[in-house]
Design a protein around this ligand. Sequence first.
Ligand code: A2H
Length: 253
Amino acid sequence: EALGPTEYTGIKMEVVSFPEAAEKVIREKVGSRKVFLVAATLRPETMYGQTNCFVGTQIKYGVFAINDQEAYVCTHRAARNMAFQGITSVRGQVNQLVEVDGSLLVGSKIKAPLSINPEVYVLPMENVLPTKGTGVVTSVPSDSPDDFATLTDLRKKPEFYKIDPSWVQYDPVPVLSTPAYGEMSAPALIKQLKIQSQKDTKQLAEAKELAYKEGFYNGTMLVGDFKGLPVQQAKPRVREQMIASGFAFAYAE
Ligand code: A2H
């Protein structure tokens, strides 16, 4: 982190429907604006494999007017950063329309740009940090050990996590292949390192490191417009394509 800013890709996931309690507090405040959950990712090339999205149930989010047409759901901290990165219509202006608890967002249905699953659900994750990215995490369980471990927990205990089993229906989708871990590095590493749940944070950090390095240096794309290309080449191209199509933007912190 001391090396300078991290260049994320902000992924815009348009809300298709909120659960009733969230709809009540949000809809009247946003007017005619389209509402998006915005996730910060370092792996834009994996967006083909989104199966859901995560929020922290203890985290406070805001719905921020970005301009007259759009509102973004993210942490206040992220909205402030965005305001100084040319993302809002007025530089430096943070216009929070309403605050919302993360727990209220669980069960929202959102569009997942580029994904094989066009619409996915918002689910709870225990390890979402309020101090990183937007506080919203797009979930790619094929390639992110944290995402896979969390999805597995949720599938095992939907009542405990207060979710509907239909929200965890999508299986991990192969996105890229690596010599070390095959077509789905996250499930392979979870097994190899004997990770039991999202609570195994130490082993998960190791798995994340291994998956990231192997994917970046030795991965080959299995899907999308850059199928067959090394991940290292596909990554900036997918990012540029998503930005050009209006599904994403550059976000740094
Ligand atoms: B990544 P770094 Cl497929 N709390 O996106 C916890 N995790 C967060 C977060 C937050 N507030 N904001 C973003 N993240 C996750 C995709 C992905 C990611 C894959 C594989 C690895 C991976 C799909 N989830 O991250 O500490 C987001 O998950 C491992 C590098 O800034 C984001 O990219 O390095 C990554 O952590 C940023 O973490």
